[in-house]
Design a protein around this ligand. Structure first.
Ligand SMILES: [Zn+2]
Ligand SMILES: [Zn+2]
Length: 433
């Protein structure tokens, strides 16, 4: 096969360069050579017919859990990367809550080596804020940055100590690493397992108030003001958190935020409608209709910079339990596009804004290459069929895990081809589903 790839006749949506129209994308030697309306194709070039499809920069996910090292029965770097490219994601950021925690160069290097061996999506490790993510002592940020970490997080847990969080923000500045924070006040969470509201009362499940997230977001914004550090708020889920981020941005603070497809699409009442399915249990929990509306608005107006999946694979061992006892989290890489496209089609936000929140928006936050089809950029590309209908069958996921709330759901929109560095790493053959 030649090194030249022509993706012809698709609707090219590249928010970073302001392109939205029918174009041909020319890839040569692993890079974007040209995006043009008319371009002569040489004989030895491979042509891909993209008519009726979207051609976008490969998606960038700031928040995935790949479970390796330590919990390879749930996911490995390879299976996670395979799920990523099947969903159109060419870059994923791997959270550090593995076993052991990624709080030192040897874990970072292992993740990078596994990703290189898999040769699928680009995998960017996120290092821990504190050693073991135990919230006691800061990790060595210089070592983590030198090994290849692009951000720091104790995701899965909040940084409970305000003093430690202050020092983390100060220390991370020296390495220009953003802190991506899982915001919950554990005292307010208590034994809560779903959003605190009418639904939790009716179902008789212990609730987690929206304020558990909001007080921590507000605390960290105050600490950003104190330190001049950089804060990225993971999985924003409440109206108050959206409002706090919006106001902080207006004041010029260095804060960014992400939202998950499930917090944009589902609400607390869906826990009841699902019959207490543990595939509707995650942290933060599915919130009220007002919170969902605020998240959609926040995405539309740019308060929320990125869509991130929080892809959290768990096996049946952790999920086939009573609601109270089951682990938090769902897989998301292979359904994100279809879930969000349905929301865009229903008018929650624009289609270009959707692509931006999956590409240049997240790339900018962590300073990652990619997220654009600009000439000379790495040729990371997704070809998407917005009309392709399919039924979600977790048994067919590339991910090792099956914990999806979309099981059995009819969807429209699929990734049909994914290119990383000019190489086709995922290609859907006709009739696969
Ligand atoms: Zn989290
Ligand atoms: Zn997470």
């Amino acid at each position: 096969m030649s090194d030249i790839l022509f993706i012809e006749g698709g609707r090219v949506i590249d928010p970073a360069s302001g392109t939205d129209g029918v174009r041909t994308v020319v890839i040569r030697d692993g890079r974007i050579a040209e995006v043009a309306e008319r371009v002569e194709r040489p004989r030895d070039a491979r042509a891909v017919d993209a008519r009726g499809r979207w051609v976008t920069p490969g998606f960038v996910d700031l928040h995935v859990h790949l479970r390796e090292p330590g919990q390879e029965y749930k996911e490995t770097v390879e299976t996670g990367a395979r799920a990523a490219v099947a969903g159109g994601f060419t870059s994923v950021c791997a959270m550090p809550n593995t076993r052991p925690v990624n709080d030192n160069a040897s874990v970072t290097e292992l993740v990078l080596a596994r990703a290189a061996a898999a040769g699928l999506a680009r995998v960017y490790p996120v290092g821990a804020i504190s050693k073991g993510s135990e919230g006691q002592e800061l990790a060595e940020y210089g070592e983590l940055a030198a090994a290849g970490c692009v951000a720091l997080s104790d995701d899965g847990r909040p940084v409970a100590s305000s003093a430690l969080m202050r020092r983390a923000l100060e220390y991370a500045r020296a390495f220009d690493l953003p802190l991506t924070v899982h915001e919950e006040d554990l005292g307010l969470v208590g034994k809560g397992v779903m959003h605190e509201g009418a639904a939790s009362t009716r179902l008789g499940l212990k609730g987690i108030p929206a304020a558990a997230e909001e007080v921590m977001v507000l605390r960290d914004l105050a600490l950003v003001e104190l330190t001049g550090g950089r804060l990225h708020v993971a999985h924003v889920s409440t109206r108050g958190a959206v409002r706090a981020v919006r106001e902080a941005k207006r004041r010029g603070l260095a804060v960014t935020a992400e939202v998950t497809p499930h917090h944009l699409a589902l609400r607390d009442e869906d826990v009841a409608a699902s019959g207490y399915s543990t595939d509707f249990k995650m942290n933060p929990p599915l919130r009220s209709a007002e919170d969902v509306a605020a998240c959609r608005e926040g995405l539309a107006d740019g308060t929320l910079d990125a869509i991130a999946t929080d892809h959290a694979p768990h096996s049946a061992v952790e999920k086939d339990l009573e609601f109270d006892a089951a682990a938090n989290g769902i897989v998301g890489l292979e359904t994100a596009f279809a879930v969000c496209l349905a929301l865009a089609r229903a008018g929650a936000f624009g289609e270009r804004r959707l692509v931006e929140a999956l590409t240049s928006g997240p790339a900018r936050i962590f300073g990652l290459p990619g997220g654009t089809l600009a000439r000379g950029a790495d040729a990371d590309v997704a070809v998407l069929d917005p009309a392709a209908e399919w039924t979600v069958d977790p048994a067919r996921f590339r991910s090792k895990s099956r914990n999806s709330p979309w099981k059995g759901r009819r969807m429209a929109g699929r990734c049909v081809m994914t290119v990383v560095g000019g190489r086709v790493v995922h290609e859907e053959v006709g009739g696969e589903r």
